[in-house]
Design a protein around this ligand. Structure first.
Ligand SMILES: Nc1ncnc2c1ncn2[C@@H]1O[C@H](COP(=O)(O)OP(=O)(O)OP(=O)(O)O)[C@@H](O)[C@H]1O
Length: 447
C-alpha cells in the first residue's frame, strides 16, 4: 500500500484546541454538557511526506503550529482530523527536557526513556558509555536533570536519540541551544543518519534548513503557506521577514521600473564591454577550475522597499573587463550597481554566494568599509557602485548564485530596498577533486 521508503506520511492533518476563558468553564462544560469553549485550529489540513534519506523542514513564525504538527507526528498529540502514518521507530527531540523526569539523574532518565524507545535495560547498559561519550556532560550524568543547564539537557536528549536505532527523527529547534562543537557533532550524526533514516525538523535558521533539506514547508497560522524546495521556501520566508520589517511591498511594484533599468547607461556599458578575456588560457590548459558566468538577470525574483534598485551585478577582472569565464584562484571583482529613486543616507550594498541547495558560502557588504571610511549617501536619480575584489575560490562542480542586496542604514538596523535572489548565476565546470563547500587558496610545501 505504502512505499517502503515513505517513513513519514501526514495526510490532511488538523488540530483543534478548545480554549476556555476560565479554568472552571472546563468543569461546567463536563457537568452541563454544554460548550463553554472557543475552538482554535492550531494546525489546518497539513500534508507532507518524508522518504528514507530525506530531511524536510517546517518553518514559520512563533505560534504558527510547528510544534503542534511535530507532536502529532510523534504521537504525543492526537490529530482532530487526518492521519499520520509512520513506517519505523520514531525518536523525538521536542521541547527542552520533555520526556525527562526532573527528579531523576541523567543516567536514570536514559534507562527510563530507553525503555520507552523499546530498549531493554541490558541494551541501555551496553550503550551507556556511548551515550555518555556523545553527551559529554561528565559527572552531571549522575545528577538530577533539574540541575542541568539547557545545553546539558540538549546534549543528553540528543545523545539518547542517537543511540535508540530510530528510523525517523523529529527535532524541534533544540539544536540551537548547543555550543558550536556539540552542534557540529549533531550535524555529523544527522548527515550520517540520513543515509538510512528520515528527518522532520523545525528551525528558524534558514541556513541550516537549506543545508540539510531538499524540501521545506512554511506554516502560517496553522496552514501551509508555501511548500516546495527548501531554497524556494526559505527565500519566500526571508522576503516575508524583510517585508515585515520594512512594510509590505510586492514584487509587481518593481515591474514599472524595468524599462528605466534597461535604459541605464551603466548596464549598457557593461553589455558592450562584455567579452571573455580568459578564453585562450582556458582552451590551452587542463589543470583549471573554470566558471562560466551568466549575465545579470534583471527579472530575477526580488523584494524590498523599492527606494533604489540594483541595476547590474557583474564579475570583472583586474582590468575591469566583465568576465563570462573565470578561473578559480584568479582575482575577481564583483561589481554591484544601484540606481536611487529617493535619497539614501547610508548606502549598504552586499552580496551572498550560495550553492544550488541555497547554502550561504561566502559574501560581504560595504558596512565595515563605510564605518572605516565614512558612509556614502546618494540623491534621487543618482547611481552608486560597490566593488568587492577577492580571490575566486575553488568550488565543487555545480551551479551557484549570487544574491545582491541594497539597503539604507546600518548593519543591524536598515531598510532593505532590494534583495535580488539570483542576480548572477555561475557554474563551476571543475573536474578536479575538491572537498568541502569552498576551496581557499593554499600555499603548499613538501620537504
Ligand atoms: N494545548 C494547547 N491548548 C491551546 N492552544 C494551544 C495548545 N498548544 C498550542 N496551542 C496554540 O496553538 C498555536 C500553535 O502553537 P505551536 O506551539 O504549535 O506553535 P509553534 O509554531 O511551534 O510556535 P513556536 O515557534 O513559538 O514554538 C499557538 O497559538 C498556541 O498558543
Amino acid at each position: 500500500m505504502y512505499s517502503e521508503d515513505i517513513l513519514i506520511s501526514v495526510r490532511n492533518v488538523s488540530k483543534c484546541f478548545h480554549i476556555y476563558e476560565k479554568p472552571a468553564d472546563r468543569l461546567f462544560e463536563m457537568l452541563l454538557r454544554k460548550s463553554r469553549s472557543e475552538k482554535f485550529w492550531a494546525v489546518k489540513n497539513v500534508s507532507l511526506q518524508v522518504k528514507r534519506g530525506e530531511a524536510v523542514a517546517v518553518i514559520g513564525r512563533n505560534g504558527s503550529g510547528k510544534s503542534t504538527l511535530l507532536q502529532m507526528v510523534c504521537g504525543t498529540l492526537q490529530p482532530t482530523a487526518g492521519e499520520v502514518i509512520l513506517n519505523g521507530k520514531v525518536a523525538a527531540l521536542l521541547e527542552l527536557g520533555a520526556g525527562f523526569n526532573p527528579e531523576y539523574t541523567g543516567r536514570e532518565n536514559i534507562y527510563f526513556s530507553g525503555a520507552i524507545y523499546g530498549l531493554s535495560a541490558e541494551q541501555v547498559s551496553d550503550r551507556m558509555h556511548l551515550i555518555e561519550e556523545f553527551a559529554e556532560i561528565g559527572d552531571f550524568i549522575d545528577q538530577p536533570v533539574k540541575t542541568y543547564s539547557s545545553g546539558m539537557f540538549v546534549r543528553l536528549a540528543f545523545a539518547l536519540i542517537v543511540h535508540v536505532d530510530a528510523d525517523v527523527l523529529v527535532i524541534d529547534e533544540a539544536l540551537a541551544v548547543g555550543d558550536v562543537f556539540f552542534t557540529q557533532k549533531c550535524m555529523r550524526f544527522i548527515r550520517d543518519f540520513l543515509k538510512r533514516g528520515a528527518l522532520l525538523f523545525v528551525s528558524h535558521d534558514t541556513n541550516s534548513v537549506m543545508s540539510f533539506c531538499r524540501d521545506a514547508l512554511w506554516l502560517d497560522k496553522g496552514e501551509v503557506l508555501f511548500a516546495g524546495s527548501a531554497k524556494y521556501v526559505c527565500e519566500k520566508y526571508l522576503e516575508d521577514y524583510y517585508s515585515e520589517i520594512n512594510g509590505r511591498k510586492s514584487e509587481e511594484q518593481f515591474k514599472e521600473q524595468e524599462n528605466e533599468l534597461k535604459e541605464n547607461p551603466l548596464e549598457k556599458a557593461g553589455h558592450l564591454l562584455f567579452r571573455d578575456s580568459r578564453q585562450d588560457f582556458v582552451v590551452h590548459t587542463n589543470l583549471r577550475m573554470e566558471y562560466s558566468v551568466e549575465l545579470f538577470d534583471c527579472n530575477s525574483a526580488s523584494f524590498g522597499e523599492g527606494g533604489g534598485r540594483i541595476i547590474n551585478v557583474a564579475m570583472h577582472d583586474k582590468e575591469k573587463n566583465p568576465l563570462s569565464w573565470v578561473i578559480g584562484g584568479e582575482i575577481v571583482t564583483v561589481r554591484i550597481s544601484a540606481h536611487f529613486r529617493q535619497q539614501f543616507k547610508k548606502i549598504i550594498l552586499g552580496f551572498v554566494v550560495r550553492n544550488k541547495n541555497g547554502q550561504h558560502l561566502f559574501g560581504d557588504n560595504t558596512c565595515v568599509h563605510s564605518l572605516q571610511h565614512g558612509w556614502l549617501g546618494k540623491n534621487e536619480g543618482e547611481v552608486a557602485e560597490a566593488l568587492f575584489t577577492f580571490v575566486m575560490p575553488r568550488l565543487p562542480a555545480g551551479d551557484y548564485v549570487i544574491s545582491a542586496a541594497l539597503a539604507d542604514g546600518m548593519q543591524d538596523q536598515h531598510v532593505m530596498h532590494q534583495w535580488v535572489h539570483d542576480a548572477l548565476v555561475f557554474r563551476s565546470h571543475s573536474n578536479s577533486i575538491s572537498s568541502g563547500l569552498v576551496g581557499l587558496p593554499v600555499q603548499i610545501e613538501l620537504r
